[in-house]
Design a protein. Structure first.
Length: 356
C-alpha cells in the first residue's frame, strides 16, 4: 500500500501516537527483512562534503529520531545520511503534551517538544549497537534546567560523549522550545560558546586521531544582516558546516489555522521562504569556505533542488517526509542529481570538504 493511501489513517491519530506508530512499523518491517516495502528506489548520487562521502545528498533532519532508536529502519528508506537527537547530557521529559500539531491545509507542523530524550549515555549505547554504517550526525543541545551561562558545559559534555561515535556533530542553538536557547546566537554568547567548543573539539581530534566535522544549526528568524554576521563568526572559528535552518516562530502564514496560534516551532511549507532567504545570505557570505546544509520547507524534489541552487551542499527533510512519505527522498535525490548533470558536474563540492 502506498504512503498516500496510508496517510489518512495516520493523520486520524494524535500526532505523537502517529509518530511512534509509524517509526515502530518501519522498525518491524526492517527487522523482518521487509524494509524495502516502505521505500521508493533511490538512485546513487554520491557527494563529498566536510571530508565525508555521502551516498546521496538527502538526509533526515534531527528531531524525528531523538534517541537513535530507529536508525536501521530509517536507513533502509534510502537517506544519504541520518541525524539523530537533539540529545542533552541527562534525560528530560520535554514539555507537557500535547506538544505537536498538524496543519494539513498548510502542509505544516508546529512542535514544542522541548528536547525530550533519554540522555546522551543512552543514545551512545544505542548508536554503538546499530548496524548502520553510513553517515550519522548527532545533534547536541543543553538541558532545560541548565542556565544560559552554563550552556557550554552541557555542549562540551555531549561533544565528549558522542565524538567517537558520530560522523559529524551538529550544535543546536536555534530551537525555540528550550527557554533562552536562541540567545546563544547573539554575537557575544555565540563567540564564547564557539571558543569553548572548538577548543574542546581540537582536543578530541588529537585524542582520537580523527576529525569529526562540527556544524552549527541556526534559526530562520533573523535579519539578513544578522544572518551574515552569524555566518562570519562561524567562519572565524573554522566551523565545518552550518545547518540552515531550524523551525520558525513566525505565524503570519498560518494565522487563520485552528492550530496556528500554538506555541512552538513551525515547520513545513510555510517555513520555506524564510529558510531559503537565510540560506541565500549565508551562502553569499561563506562561499565555498564552509559546508551548507539546507533545511526547511522541502516538500518536493524541486524544493530540494532550489536549496542546492541557493548554495546548499546537502539537504535535510523532516516535515515533508511526514506529508509526502519515503517517495520524497527519491524525488529529491533525482532532482538534485538532474541539476548536477545539467551543470556537467558531479554532485559534490570539494571546496567544502575538511581534512584531518
Amino acid at each position: 500500500m502506498s504512503y498516500s493511501a496510508l496517510r489518512p489513517l495516520l493523520f486520524s491519530l494524535p500526532e505523537e501516537v502517529a509518530h511512534d506508530f509509524s517509526l515502530n512499523s518501519l522498525r518491524f518491517l526492517e527487522r523482518a527483512g521487509l524494509g524495502r516495502l516502505a521505500a521508493s528506489p533511490v538512485q546513487d548520487a554520491p557527494v563529498e562534503v566536510m571530508g565525508l562521502r555521502f551516498p546521496n545528498p538527502v538526509g533526515l533532519a534531527a528531531g524525528l529520531d531523538k534517541d537513535a532508536r530507529y536508525v536501521n529502519a530509517l536507513a533502509a528508506l534510502g537517506f544519504g545520511f541520518i541525524e539523530v537527537g537533539t540529545v542533552t547530557p541527562v534525560a528530560q521529559p520535554g514539555n507537557p503534551k500535547p506538544r505537536m500539531f498538524r496543519l494539513p491545509k498548510h502542509e505544516a507542523l508546529i512542535n514544542r517538544m522541548g528536547f525530550n530524550n533519554d540522555g546522551v549515555t543512552s543514545l551512545v549505547q544505542r548508536v554503538q549497537t546499530t548496524r548502520y554504517s553510513g553517515v550519522l550526525g548527532i545533534n547536541i543541545g543543553k538541558n532545560k534546567t541548565t542556565p544560559e551561562e552554563r550552556a557550554l558545559d552541557d555542549y562540551v559534555t555531549c561533544l565528549r560523549a558522542v565524538y567517537p561515535h558520530a560522523s559529524y556533530i551538529a550544535v543546536n542553538i536555534s530551537s525555540p522550545n528550550t527557554p533562552g536557547l536562541r540567545n546563544l546566537q547573539a554575537e557575544d554568547q555565540l563567540k564564547a560558546l564557539l571558543e569553548g567548543l572548538t577548543r574542546e573539539h581540537g582536543k578530541l581530534r588529537d585524542e582520537y586521531g580523527q576529525h569529526r566535522p562540527l556544524a552549527v544549526k541556526i534559526a530562520p528568524d533573523m535579519s539578513e544582516e544578522t544572518a551574515a554576521a552569524t555566518a562570519r563568526i562561524l567562519l572565524d572559528f573554522a566551523v565545518d558546516g552550518v545547518i540552515v535552518t531550524n523551525t520558525t516562530i513566525a505565524r503570519d502564514a498560518v494565522a487563520e489555522d485552528k492550530n496556528g496560534g500554538e506555541a512552538g516551532g513551525l515547520s513545513g511549507q510555510p517555513l520555506r521562504d524564510a529558510a531559503d532567504r537565510v540560506l541565500a545570505v549565508v551562502s553569499d557570505t561563506v562561499g565555498q569556505r564552509m559546508a551548507k546544509i539546507g533545511v526547511g520547507g522541502i516538500m518536493s524534489g524541486e524544493d530540494a533542488q532550489r536549496k542546492i541552487r541557493l548554495g546548499a551542499d546537502l539537504v535535510q527533510i523532516y516535515t515533508g517526509f511526514i506529508y509526502r512519505g519515503p517517495k520524497l527522498i527519491a524525488d529529491a535525490v533525482k532532482s538534485i542529481d538532474g541539476l548536477a548533470r545539467n551543470r556537467g558536474e558531479a554532485v559534490q563540492n570539494p571546496a567544502s570538504s575538511s581534512t584531518d
